[in-house]
Design a protein around this ligand. Structure first.
Ligand SMILES: Cc1cc2nc3c(=O)[nH]c(=O)nc-3n(C[C@H](O)[C@H](O)[C@H](O)COP(=O)(O)O)c2cc1C
Length: 252
């Protein structure tokens, strides 16, 4: 099957896909990135659009093996966190912005909700562009939301000051597996015209059938329920995240 079917092509004699294929990689070959490669892809990530030019994000590169192993452990024994050549913690960051304002004696405003909103948008856009650059250079990547299981400890381990909130981890390294592409729901489920359209039972049925391939059991709703239903992982993370939001200055 054509791996590029339905994808964005560059038009011309040699119809090349514009974007490198994306699949999360969880098995990495040992070996560091060449000198300067990390800085190169982070610089590309920095080219992402940013609200009001503020660049409200930071990436914390974790090089200590002990710290990596600890993060891997509390993230749910995710060994790829320790095995990848590089591991970054993607953070929303209002601390650096406030330091810039204060350097001219400006008193930073009070906008925890708005700051949180735009800092998460900025950080995520930059991280995604960084991932695109890494994949274009042949690296494998995977985001690690599991860091939320130990978010209070993580803030201490990385000495994150007030105004900095860890969002997710990012493994980068040489791929040691070539996973099949995971499906996505139908484009009509995410593309609305003029006004939000609710899901019909037929559309839900189609999406659930499509997404079955993402699981070994074929039960996508079962997977979602383990995370998002009452008593699931997301509820369990809520208390610690709220405490960290408060401590880092993002609560209102
Ligand atoms: C915010 C976020 C958190 C994630 N957390 C994890 C994680 O903790 N461990 C993991 O192995 N994959 C994690 N993933 C990767 C997803 O499982 C993956 O993107 C999804 O299954 C789709 O597969 P694909 O990226 O190969 O298309 C995360 C992805 C995102 C965007």
């Amino acid at each position: 099957m054509d791996p590029w079917s339905g994808r964005v092509y560059r038009f011309g004699m040699n119809a090349e896909p514009i974007l490198a294929p994306h699949r999360s990689v969880r098995v990495f070959r040992p070996g560091p990135l060449p000198e300067g490669m990390l800085e190169r892809i982070v610089r590309e990530g920095q080219r992402a659009p940013t609200d009001a030019t503020a660049q409200m994000y930071s990436f914390v590169r974790v090089t200590s093996g002990d710290v990596r192993r600890r993060i891997a452990e509390f993230s749910g024994d995710q060994s790829h966190v320790a095995a990848a050549a590089e591991f970054l913690v993607v953070c929303a960051d209002l601390h650096r912005l406030e330091a810039v304002l204060e350097s001219r004696g400006c008193q930073p405003g009070t906008y925890p909700a708005t700051g949180l909103h735009f800092a998460i948008v900025d950080a995520t856009l930059a991280a995604q562009r960084l991932v695109d650059a890494a994949e274009a250079l042949g690296l494998g990547t995977v985001c690690i939301g599991g860091i939320l299981n130990g978010i209070e400890e993580l803030v201490g381990l990385l000495a994150l000051p007030r105004g900095v909130l860890p969002l997710f981890g990012l493994c980068l390294g040489w791929p040691g597996e070539a996973p099949v592409e995971r499906p996505r729901v139908d484009v009509a489920s995410v593309l609305h015209t003029d006004r939000y359209q609710g899901q019909t039972p037929e559309a839900i049925y189609t999406d659930v059938a499509t997404m079955a391939a993402i699981t070994r059991s074929g039960d996508w709703i079962g997977v979602l329920a383990r995370y998002f239903a009452s008593g699931g992982t997301m509820e369990q993370r809520e208390g610690a995240l709220r405490r960290v939001l408060e401590r880092q200055g993002f609560a209102w």
